[in-house]
Design a binder for this molecule. Sequence first.
Ligand code: ADP
Length: 168
Amino acid sequence: MKAAIYPGSFDPVTFGHLDIIKRSAEIFDEIIVSVLDNKTKSPLFSVEERVTMLKEAVKDIPNVKVDSFRGLLIDYAKEKNIHVAVRGLRAITDFEYELQIAQTNHVLSKGRLDTMFLTTTLEYAYLSSSSVKEIASFNGDISGCVPKFIADLIYDKYRILNQESNEL
Ligand code: ADP
């Protein structure tokens, strides 16, 4: 069975990520979408919230599982006995960063972990989790960026955060 890991922050998952998930699920027998618990970033959603949102978003794709991990991707991949990571490429600006990570993982894993890139579907090329959050924080329209239930969760989160900062 050919399996791959799609690692990322997914803070929150967007239509761009979902497009990569659907397409990679057609190439591999199993895709594990795994939320990286990265202590150096300050995310909008907790790892548990991101995992729950992802599970709901991919529930109709039978060969996709959702998980989370801490630490190095190569260690997580080894534990799962998986040899391929999937990443998405939007623009040339993603390329340099992604190339460096892919090469580092290849060297660190002694050739056991390869990275496969899928280029974004053009209609999602501009989409990023951070721009979605920025738009939502000003009550802008994110209906073309994320599924409806996720848009609602993002607006709720900003409502709570705004209330908290008004109370200070
Ligand atoms: P990270 O913090 O690890 O970059 P992200 O959640 O931002 O995590 O992205 C995970 C992966 O999905 C990355 O490979 C990123 O390039 C890709 N990705 C993000 N948005 C899109 C999009 N709109 N289209 C295609 N790939 C995307």
